[in-house]
Design a protein around this ligand. Structure first.
Ligand code: F6P
Length: 317
């Protein structure tokens, strides 16, 4: 193996992972081509050579220096064939794909259907890669959202208000559950768990009657809209509510130490694995040891176990 390509999605810690890939590859005499804008760049042959110096000063930056895009074309056979031709045309011997479910599904296609040696690095704020305890970016997202929740708490407490805060996660309640617990919130609505609006409203009304006037409820975007939940609470209790929708701030921001360390280890191990002949797997850590999860397993839906964390939240709130 002489030349590898690296493809990315964006979230906190992805630049640190690119740096680890490039510097590990360079230490082993491998050339690296960065693929611009994810699979779109692979289809269109949009590559940029990366050496040790190109990845200086990026460890602390959010996003991805390689930019990213959702590629519809790559999920067609024609798009895939063009991508494979362009990789072969530039003598790319193997690929490292850093991203979430969509990216790793593409990696599985390239490895399984077209025989391009490909190793995945899990990176998604949703932390929903099956068989992977922690993906790069999830810790940063939780910390960004937590910072916002802490700030909202200042005003919620001062004005004795009820706030409903919507966080990211279409199919995953990872951010919501972790922010709710770490932020000392009263309630959390998760895609993984049905909720009862009447019971929640009754709890707020009863609490309010006993002098508990400030509440923070976290809602995962995939379960409900903050607006609708707030309106239902107001209707059922007659109390005033306010909302905040945190949105894409959660995919940005300075990566936490946890994400940078994970990125360093996984980026490094991905290169070693690719050079050692591994393919169609993603790298992960279990008890601080490297493990390889087959991509076919990694891209299956992962359902977060919520019962014990939810119970803890209700005991502590
Ligand atoms: O998968 C990561 C994620 O940030 C989800 O939490 C969110 O639902 C989605 O991507 C948003 O996608 P887009 O940036 O394309 O709107």
């Amino acid at each position: 193996m002489k030349r590898i390509g690296v493809i990315t999605r964006d979230c906190g810690g992805v630049n640190a992972a690119i740096r680890a890939v490039v510097r590990t590859a360079s230490a082993r005499g491998l050339e690296v081509l960065g693929v611009m804008r994810g699979y779109e760049g692979l289809i269109h042959g949009d590559f940029v050579p990366l050496d040790r110096r190109s990845v200086s000063g990026i460890i602390n930056l959010g996003g991805t220096i390689l930019k990213s895009a959702r590629s519809e074309a790559f999920f067609t056979e024609e798009g895939q064939k063009r991508a494979v031709e362009s990789a072969r045309g530039r003598a790319i011997d193997g690929l490292i794909v850093i991203g979430g479910n969509g990216s790793l599904t593409g990696a599985h296609v390239l490895a399984g259907r077209y025989g391009i040696p490909t190793v995945g690095v899990p990176a998604t704020i949703d932390n929903d890669i099956n068989g992977v305890d922690l993906a790069i970016g999830a810790d940063t997202a939780v910390n960004v959202a937590l910072d916002a929740v802490d700030k909202i708490r200042d005003t919620a407490t001062s004005l004795e208000r009820i706030f409903v805060i919507e966080v990211m996660g279409r199919a995953s309640g990872y951010i919501a559950m972790h922010v709710a617990l770490a932020g000392g919130c009263e309630e959390v609505l998760l895609p993984e768990k049905a909720f009862d609006m009447t019971a929640i409203s009754n709890e707020i009304r009863a609490g309010n009657a006993q002098g508990k006037v400030s509440w923070i409820l976290i809602v995962a975007e995939g379960m409900a809209k903050a607006e609708d939940v707030a309106a239902a609470i107001s209707l059922n209790t007659g109390l005033e509510t306010r909302i905040a929708v945190l949105g894409h701030i959660q995919r940005g921001g300075r990566p936490t130490a946890i994400d940078r360390l994970l990125a360093a280890k996984l980026g490094h191990q991905a290169v070693l694995a690719l050079a050692a002949g591994e393919s169609d797997v993603c790298v992960s850590l279990k008890d601080d040891r490297t493990v390889f999860v087959p991509l076919a397993t990694a891209i299956r839906p992962k359902t977060m176990e919520t019962a014990s964390d939810y119970e803890l939240l209700k005991v502590l709130s």
